[in-house]
Ligand binder design. Structure first.
Ligand SMILES: Nc1ncnc2c1ncn2[C@@H]1O[C@H](COP(=O)(O)OP(=O)(O)O)[C@@H](O)[C@H]1O
Ligand SMILES: [Mg+2]
Length: 255
Protein backbone atom coordinates (compact mmCIF):
# COMPACT_ATOMS: atom_id res chain seq x y z
CA UNK A 1 0.00 0.00 0.00
CA UNK A 2 1.16 3.57 -0.70
CA UNK A 3 2.50 5.49 2.31
CA UNK A 4 0.39 8.45 1.19
CA UNK A 5 0.79 12.14 0.49
CA UNK A 6 2.10 14.20 3.40
CA UNK A 7 -0.36 16.91 4.48
CA UNK A 8 0.95 20.40 5.28
CA UNK A 9 1.03 21.38 8.95
CA UNK A 10 1.43 19.64 12.28
CA UNK A 11 4.05 20.04 14.95
CA UNK A 12 4.21 16.47 16.07
CA UNK A 13 4.04 13.38 13.88
CA UNK A 14 2.05 15.08 11.12
CA UNK A 15 -0.32 13.19 8.87
CA UNK A 16 -0.46 11.67 5.40
CA UNK A 17 -3.49 11.32 3.16
CA UNK A 18 -4.39 8.07 1.44
CA UNK A 19 -7.56 8.48 -0.62
CA UNK A 20 -10.29 9.74 1.66
CA UNK A 21 -8.41 8.64 4.77
CA UNK A 22 -5.64 10.13 6.91
CA UNK A 23 -2.84 8.05 8.46
CA UNK A 24 -1.02 9.19 11.59
CA UNK A 25 1.60 7.67 13.89
CA UNK A 26 -0.23 5.76 16.63
CA UNK A 27 0.58 6.06 20.33
CA UNK A 28 -0.33 4.26 23.53
CA UNK A 29 -3.35 6.61 23.73
CA UNK A 30 -4.69 5.79 20.24
CA UNK A 31 -7.06 2.97 21.33
CA UNK A 32 -8.67 5.31 23.90
CA UNK A 33 -8.97 8.10 21.31
CA UNK A 34 -10.66 5.71 18.88
CA UNK A 35 -13.16 4.63 21.55
CA UNK A 36 -13.89 8.31 22.11
CA UNK A 37 -14.37 9.02 18.40
CA UNK A 38 -16.63 5.95 18.06
CA UNK A 39 -18.70 7.15 20.99
CA UNK A 40 -19.13 10.55 19.35
CA UNK A 41 -20.15 8.82 16.13
CA UNK A 42 -22.73 6.74 18.04
CA UNK A 43 -24.34 9.93 19.39
CA UNK A 44 -24.64 11.32 15.85
CA UNK A 45 -21.98 13.99 16.40
CA UNK A 46 -20.27 13.85 13.01
CA UNK A 47 -18.04 16.94 13.03
CA UNK A 48 -14.97 14.83 13.87
CA UNK A 49 -12.92 12.29 11.92
CA UNK A 50 -14.23 8.73 12.06
CA UNK A 51 -11.86 6.19 13.63
CA UNK A 52 -11.05 3.43 11.13
CA UNK A 53 -8.54 1.39 13.14
CA UNK A 54 -4.87 0.75 12.33
CA UNK A 55 -3.41 0.11 8.86
CA UNK A 56 -0.86 -2.54 7.86
CA UNK A 57 1.96 -0.17 8.89
CA UNK A 58 0.48 0.28 12.37
CA UNK A 59 -0.64 3.84 11.67
CA UNK A 60 -4.00 5.05 12.93
CA UNK A 61 -6.52 5.49 10.13
CA UNK A 62 -9.14 8.24 10.24
CA UNK A 63 -11.58 9.72 7.78
CA UNK A 64 -10.32 12.80 5.91
CA UNK A 65 -12.26 15.97 6.77
CA UNK A 66 -12.77 17.77 3.48
CA UNK A 67 -12.05 21.50 3.43
CA UNK A 68 -9.37 24.01 4.25
CA UNK A 69 -6.82 23.56 7.04
CA UNK A 70 -4.25 26.23 7.92
CA UNK A 71 -1.22 23.99 7.58
CA UNK A 72 1.96 26.07 7.49
CA UNK A 73 0.38 29.25 6.08
CA UNK A 74 1.34 32.61 7.62
CA UNK A 75 -0.62 34.76 8.04
CA UNK A 76 -3.60 32.56 8.74
CA UNK A 77 -6.54 32.72 6.30
CA UNK A 78 -9.17 35.35 7.19
CA UNK A 79 -11.74 32.81 8.41
CA UNK A 80 -9.51 31.92 11.36
CA UNK A 81 -10.05 35.40 12.86
CA UNK A 82 -13.67 35.95 11.79
CA UNK A 83 -16.67 36.40 14.09
CA UNK A 84 -18.30 33.50 12.22
CA UNK A 85 -15.48 31.24 13.35
CA UNK A 86 -16.06 32.23 16.99
CA UNK A 87 -19.73 31.26 16.66
CA UNK A 88 -18.99 28.04 14.77
CA UNK A 89 -16.25 26.91 17.14
CA UNK A 90 -18.25 27.75 20.29
CA UNK A 91 -21.24 25.85 18.88
CA UNK A 92 -19.03 22.92 17.96
CA UNK A 93 -17.46 22.83 21.44
CA UNK A 94 -20.86 22.99 23.16
CA UNK A 95 -22.23 20.16 20.99
CA UNK A 96 -19.03 18.13 21.49
CA UNK A 97 -19.21 18.59 25.28
CA UNK A 98 -22.86 17.50 25.22
CA UNK A 99 -22.04 14.41 23.12
CA UNK A 100 -18.97 13.44 25.15
CA UNK A 101 -20.73 13.83 28.52
CA UNK A 102 -22.10 10.28 28.18
CA UNK A 103 -18.68 8.77 27.37
CA UNK A 104 -17.29 6.67 30.20
CA UNK A 105 -13.75 5.51 29.34
CA UNK A 106 -13.04 1.88 30.29
CA UNK A 107 -10.90 1.35 33.40
CA UNK A 108 -7.22 1.56 32.45
CA UNK A 109 -7.84 3.80 29.42
CA UNK A 110 -4.57 5.52 28.50
CA UNK A 111 -4.47 9.25 27.67
CA UNK A 112 -1.38 11.03 26.41
CA UNK A 113 -1.32 13.43 29.37
CA UNK A 114 -1.38 10.47 31.77
CA UNK A 115 -4.54 11.52 33.65
CA UNK A 116 -7.28 9.18 34.83
CA UNK A 117 -10.95 9.93 34.19
CA UNK A 118 -13.38 10.18 37.11
CA UNK A 119 -17.07 11.17 37.28
CA UNK A 120 -17.44 14.93 36.89
CA UNK A 121 -14.78 15.12 34.17
CA UNK A 122 -15.23 14.81 30.43
CA UNK A 123 -12.71 13.73 27.80
CA UNK A 124 -11.84 17.10 26.27
CA UNK A 125 -10.15 17.71 22.91
CA UNK A 126 -7.56 19.92 24.67
CA UNK A 127 -6.10 21.32 21.43
CA UNK A 128 -9.13 22.72 19.55
CA UNK A 129 -7.08 25.49 17.95
CA UNK A 130 -7.24 26.97 14.43
CA UNK A 131 -4.28 24.81 13.30
CA UNK A 132 -6.36 21.68 14.07
CA UNK A 133 -9.56 22.87 12.34
CA UNK A 134 -11.08 22.27 8.90
CA UNK A 135 -13.20 25.04 7.39
CA UNK A 136 -15.46 24.93 4.32
CA UNK A 137 -18.15 27.19 2.86
CA UNK A 138 -18.17 29.52 5.87
CA UNK A 139 -18.58 26.63 8.30
CA UNK A 140 -16.40 24.64 10.63
CA UNK A 141 -16.25 21.08 9.32
CA UNK A 142 -14.62 19.78 12.51
CA UNK A 143 -11.40 19.34 14.48
CA UNK A 144 -8.73 16.71 13.86
CA UNK A 145 -5.62 15.83 15.94
CA UNK A 146 -7.21 14.20 18.98
CA UNK A 147 -3.84 13.11 20.43
CA UNK A 148 -4.21 15.36 23.48
CA UNK A 149 -7.74 14.25 24.32
CA UNK A 150 -7.99 13.47 28.01
CA UNK A 151 -9.88 13.95 31.26
CA UNK A 152 -10.59 17.60 32.10
CA UNK A 153 -13.43 19.83 33.20
CA UNK A 154 -15.43 21.34 30.33
CA UNK A 155 -14.21 24.77 31.47
CA UNK A 156 -10.56 23.70 31.03
CA UNK A 157 -11.25 22.70 27.41
CA UNK A 158 -13.25 25.90 26.90
CA UNK A 159 -10.37 27.99 28.30
CA UNK A 160 -7.82 26.67 25.81
CA UNK A 161 -10.27 26.97 22.91
CA UNK A 162 -11.05 30.61 23.82
CA UNK A 163 -7.32 31.29 24.17
CA UNK A 164 -6.73 29.93 20.68
CA UNK A 165 -9.61 31.58 18.83
CA UNK A 166 -10.25 34.98 20.48
CA UNK A 167 -7.13 34.94 20.37
CA UNK A 168 -5.59 35.55 23.79
CA UNK A 169 -2.09 34.40 22.89
CA UNK A 170 0.89 36.82 23.11
CA UNK A 171 0.64 39.88 20.86
CA UNK A 172 3.73 39.10 18.78
CA UNK A 173 2.48 35.55 18.20
CA UNK A 174 -1.01 36.51 17.00
CA UNK A 175 0.38 39.41 14.93
CA UNK A 176 2.49 36.93 12.96
CA UNK A 177 -0.71 34.93 12.39
CA UNK A 178 -2.47 38.04 11.02
CA UNK A 179 -4.46 39.24 14.07
CA UNK A 180 -4.03 42.87 15.16
CA UNK A 181 -7.49 43.87 16.50
CA UNK A 182 -6.32 43.81 20.12
CA UNK A 183 -8.94 46.24 21.44
CA UNK A 184 -11.62 43.94 19.98
CA UNK A 185 -10.59 40.98 22.10
CA UNK A 186 -12.92 41.55 25.10
CA UNK A 187 -15.90 41.70 22.69
CA UNK A 188 -14.70 38.59 20.86
CA UNK A 189 -14.29 36.70 24.15
CA UNK A 190 -17.85 37.59 25.14
CA UNK A 191 -19.25 36.51 21.74
CA UNK A 192 -17.43 33.21 22.09
CA UNK A 193 -18.57 32.51 25.66
CA UNK A 194 -22.16 33.55 24.91
CA UNK A 195 -22.30 31.25 21.89
CA UNK A 196 -21.02 28.36 24.03
CA UNK A 197 -23.60 29.15 26.69
CA UNK A 198 -21.08 29.76 29.42
CA UNK A 199 -22.44 31.70 32.39
CA UNK A 200 -19.97 32.84 34.94
CA UNK A 201 -17.64 35.59 36.01
CA UNK A 202 -15.51 36.84 33.12
CA UNK A 203 -12.58 37.81 35.35
CA UNK A 204 -12.56 34.33 36.88
CA UNK A 205 -12.65 32.82 33.38
CA UNK A 206 -9.59 34.80 32.27
CA UNK A 207 -7.83 33.50 35.39
CA UNK A 208 -8.73 29.95 34.31
CA UNK A 209 -7.25 30.70 30.88
CA UNK A 210 -4.02 31.82 32.55
CA UNK A 211 -3.85 28.67 34.66
CA UNK A 212 -4.57 26.52 31.60
CA UNK A 213 -1.79 28.19 29.62
CA UNK A 214 0.65 27.88 32.54
CA UNK A 215 -0.18 24.17 32.65
CA UNK A 216 0.85 24.01 28.96
CA UNK A 217 4.14 25.76 29.69
CA UNK A 218 4.80 23.27 32.44
CA UNK A 219 3.78 20.31 30.25
CA UNK A 220 6.03 21.38 27.36
CA UNK A 221 9.04 21.87 29.65
CA UNK A 222 8.54 18.55 31.46
CA UNK A 223 8.13 16.59 28.20
CA UNK A 224 11.19 18.29 26.67
CA UNK A 225 13.23 17.52 29.78
CA UNK A 226 12.10 13.89 29.46
CA UNK A 227 13.58 13.93 25.93
CA UNK A 228 10.43 13.94 23.76
CA UNK A 229 11.60 15.28 20.35
CA UNK A 230 8.36 17.15 19.47
CA UNK A 231 8.60 19.11 22.73
CA UNK A 232 12.31 19.81 22.34
CA UNK A 233 11.40 21.31 18.96
CA UNK A 234 8.69 23.43 20.60
CA UNK A 235 11.22 24.74 23.13
CA UNK A 236 13.68 25.51 20.32
CA UNK A 237 10.88 27.50 18.63
CA UNK A 238 10.27 29.42 21.88
CA UNK A 239 6.75 28.04 22.35
CA UNK A 240 7.06 27.82 26.14
CA UNK A 241 8.38 31.38 26.45
CA UNK A 242 5.65 32.68 24.12
CA UNK A 243 2.97 31.05 26.26
CA UNK A 244 4.53 32.52 29.41
CA UNK A 245 4.46 35.94 27.72
CA UNK A 246 0.77 35.44 26.93
CA UNK A 247 0.05 34.75 30.61
CA UNK A 248 1.92 37.91 31.62
CA UNK A 249 0.04 39.97 29.01
CA UNK A 250 -3.31 38.66 30.28
CA UNK A 251 -2.62 40.29 33.63
CA UNK A 252 -5.15 43.11 33.72
CA UNK A 253 -7.07 41.96 30.61
CA UNK A 254 -10.08 44.32 30.42
CA UNK A 255 -13.20 42.27 31.22
N1 LIG B 1 -8.72 13.97 9.73
C1 LIG B 1 -8.13 14.92 8.98
N2 LIG B 1 -8.78 15.48 7.94
C2 LIG B 1 -8.19 16.40 7.15
N3 LIG B 1 -6.93 16.82 7.32
C3 LIG B 1 -6.22 16.32 8.35
C4 LIG B 1 -6.79 15.36 9.24
N4 LIG B 1 -5.84 15.05 10.16
C5 LIG B 1 -4.75 15.77 9.86
N5 LIG B 1 -4.96 16.55 8.76
C6 LIG B 1 -3.98 17.42 8.07
O1 LIG B 1 -2.67 17.00 8.45
C7 LIG B 1 -1.94 18.08 9.03
C8 LIG B 1 -1.18 17.62 10.28
O2 LIG B 1 -2.07 16.92 11.10
P1 LIG B 1 -2.04 16.84 12.69
O3 LIG B 1 -2.88 15.64 12.99
O4 LIG B 1 -2.50 18.10 13.30
O5 LIG B 1 -0.51 16.59 13.03
P2 LIG B 1 0.28 16.90 14.38
O6 LIG B 1 -0.14 15.83 15.34
O7 LIG B 1 1.70 16.79 13.95
O8 LIG B 1 -0.10 18.27 14.86
C9 LIG B 1 -2.98 19.14 9.36
O9 LIG B 1 -2.46 20.43 9.27
C10 LIG B 1 -4.07 18.89 8.34
O10 LIG B 1 -3.79 19.59 7.15
MG1 LIG C 1 -1.96 19.30 14.95
Amino acid sequence: MSSGERLPGGNDGGAVRVGDTVRRVAGAWTPSVHLLLRHLESTGFDRVPRALGLDDQGRETLSYLDGEAIGHRRPWPAWAHSDEALLEVAGWLRDFHTAVASFVPPPGAVWRGGETWRPGLIIGHNDAAPYNAVWSGGRLVGFFDWDFAGPVTPEWDLAFTAFSWVPLHARHVVEAEGFTAFEDRPRRLRIFLDAYGWEGDLGAFVETVRRRVLASVDGIRRAAAAGEPAYRRLIALGADRNLATAVAELDGFPV
